[in-house]
Design a protein around this ligand. Structure first.
Ligand SMILES: [Fe+2]
Length: 307
């Protein structure tokens, strides 16, 4: 059975608006919360990020991934960096103990200022998209708080420094090669099943199918390629923060037969993490989730994932 992913019309909160349409917020907040409460995944349309801005960041990261290996390795992630910011070449990362055949580039504003020497225009394009994604996160978490009927600033207050020192949120470009991994049942997989350890993940993908989440019935269900929309996933930080009212979906990327042997699949994920200085307490003081530091929580989960 395939579950349809709920589509949310974000127009009332679109970034194309200088001010949100306040009179429409309660309805949008209710609808967003209700939809995310089902399986932890929604598709946002009319989000207001310019399609050209997304295309430009995608095209320039594609150009980077197609550049000579020696150039890419100049930006390789340092092994001592807990967040793995920088370039990772294919097969170096093991997810759930199995090799992933994808190249990846994790970045934050200011982390790779010399990359324009390899791909002119890269820095500005990524900075622009990062900033827009950060603004969208601010609007999304405000709506979630309204929907949860708590102080609407409870979440937004914790995301004030995205893109600055003191916040660990990052953007990750993925470039899946045409090599395959296989799961235990022999199914071709591009990325093994996992939970995201962020608060929210915002995702855009190339035209390639394959993203799936496990629905309430425990069955894999397709998420269509994003097109002009943005896919939003709940992460484990938000799950703990809301005491399981919003659950992080288990998800993976398969390698459908019709897509095999063709070109590379690309995606860009924005992992929103609250500012490092805060201690996150569950909204009603749950004992299941004791207070935690978001950056420490994130890295602990990342280490489990890549063990
Ligand atoms: Fe993920």
């Amino acid at each position: 059975m395939t579950t349809m992913v709920p589509i949310i019309d974000f127009d009332a909160c679109s970034l194309a608006r200088s001010k949100v349409a306040s009179d429409r917020l309660p309805e949008l907040a209710r609808s967003l919360l209700k939809s995310l409460s089902v399986d932890g995944v929604v598709i946002l349309k009319n989000h207001g990020i310019d399609e050209k801005e997304i295309r430009s960041a995608f095209d320039l990261s594609d150009e980077f991934f197609r550049s000579p290996a020696d150039n890419k390795l100049l930006f390789e992630a340092k092994s001592e960096d807990n967040f793995k910011i920088g370039y990772a070449h294919s097969g170096t990362e093991r997810y759930s103990r199995v090799k992933n055949f994808r190249e990846a580039f994790r970045l934050r504003p200011g982390t790779h200022s010399t990359i324009d020497t390899v791909v002119p225009g890269f820095v500005k394009a990524q900075q622009l998209l990062f900033t827009s994604m950060g603004k969208l996160v601010q609007r999304l978490v405000r709506l979630l708080a309204i929907g949860l009927e708590i102080d609407e600033n409870v979440f937004t207050d914790k995301f004030k420094k995205m893109g600055e020192e003191g916040n660990s949120s990052y953007m990750m470009h993925n470039w899946y090669t045409t090599e395959q991994s296989f799961d235990k049942s022999g199914e071709a997989i591009r990325l093994f099943g996992h939970f995201d350890n962020s608060a929210l993940t915002l995702l855009v993908t190339s035209k390639h199918p394959g993203l799936q989440f496990r629905n309430r019935e425990g069955e894999w269900s397709d998420v269509p390629p994003s097109g002009d929309n943005i896919i939003v996933l709940i992460g484990q930080i938000m799950e703990a923060w809301t005491e399981d009212k919003l659950k992080a979906p288990f998800h993976r990327v398969t390698f459908p037969e019709r897509d095999q042997g063709t070109d590379n699949r690309m995606s860009c994920a924005f992992f929103a993490i609250p500012d490092n200085a805060h201690t996150i307490c569950s909204i009603h003081g749950s004992e299941k989730y004791p207070p935690f530091k978001p950056d420490v929580f994130f890295v602990d989960k990342l280490n489990v994932l890549y063990k």
